[in-house]
Design a protein around this ligand. Structure first.
Ligand SMILES: Cc1cc2nc3c(=O)[nH]c(=O)nc-3n(C[C@H](O)[C@H](O)[C@H](O)COP(=O)(O)O)c2cc1C
Length: 251
């Protein structure tokens, strides 16, 4: 399992070979064995393989090719719907229509997703997370017919790889590690921690392509701009509210 984690690479090109149902079942079971808040399992996994539904998802995932190419699209949802229904059926009054409950359910969903990702990779499958899930959550709610108290938080496309990319770079472990307490970064620390990333050939290529001076500017001016972040923040907050997770007033 550690070997699998150390060899993880995102796959963006897939063969059309289907994934055996038995293998999928084990992957999903591994997902359900993830730690879960209070053992409530407040998440759901929607597995989409129908080509016409996948085409609709492809459209809202910014037309990223792998959504159509990979045989499986797994949408992980923060889900209190099932738990609330159970509570109501058992004479219990659920107080889970608030933001904390959304965070709880979102964390549960993400933990299940990463367990599924690692299990899939153990079976030689490839995966790619889709951040576009949050950008167009309202359309995913519509396509997958998600009821109240259900919000999609991430998506995994899954299938057999048709490429074998190299490992991508990471910051050294010391960049993310703080022993005992948080130790803030000096400018010298930042220079040293980002030195390798900034000297990659890929970085030079990105700067050339985008006609920018620094790699950080590629993030702030091209990939994840303030304007987009604010627009998508407003959209996702509306979805969280519409799906019934924003009743934060004291009684
Ligand atoms: C939450 C999340 C959302 C992501 N969204 C996308 C995406 O929409 N499209 C894509 O091609 N890759 C996406 N990725 C993959 C990252 O780009 C990838 O993990 C990162 O570049 C590191 O590469 P590696 O996974 O091959 O090590 C996403 C990853 C995460 C964790």
């Amino acid at each position: 399992m550690v070997e699998t984690a150390l060899n993880h690479r995102t796959i963006r090109n897939y063969k059309s070979d289907p994934v055996d149902e038995d293998i999928l079942r084990v992957i999903l079971t591994a997902g359900t064995r993830a730690s879960t808040t209070g053992n409530m399992q407040v998440y759901s996994i929607v597995v989409t393989s129908d080509p016409s539904l996948k085409e609709r998802l492809w459209e809202v995932h910014f037309r990223q090719n792998m959504v159509k190419q990979a045989p499986l699209v797994l949408t992980f949802c923060a889900d209190f719907n099932r738990f609330n229904t159970w509570c109501r059926m058992r004479k219990a009054d659920p107080g889970y229509d608030n933001f904390l409950s959304f965070m709880t359910a979102a964390i549960d969903a993400l933990l299940a997703a990463q367990n599924c990702a690692l299990a899939a990779e153990e079976y030689g499958l490839g995966i790619c997370y889709l951040g576009t899930t949050l950008y167009n959550a309202e359309k995913i709610v519509e396509i997958l017919e998600l009821p109240n108290a259900v919000v999609p938080v991430t998506t995994l496309v899954m299938g057999y790889p048709a490429e074998n990319p190299g490992l991508t770079d990471r910051l050294p472990v010391q960049a993310v590690l703080h022993r005992e307490k948080y130790r803030n970064y000096s400018e010298r620390d930042i220079d040293s921690l980002y030195a390798e990333k900034e000297s990659l050939e890929l970085t030079a290529k990105l700067l050339e392509e985008n006609q920018l001076e620094t790699l950080a500017q590629v993030f702030t001016e091209k990939r994840y701009t303030r304007k987009d972040n604010v627009a998508f923040s407003q959209k996702i907050l509306e979805v969280i509210e519409r799906q019934g997770f924003m009743n934060n007033r004291k009684e």
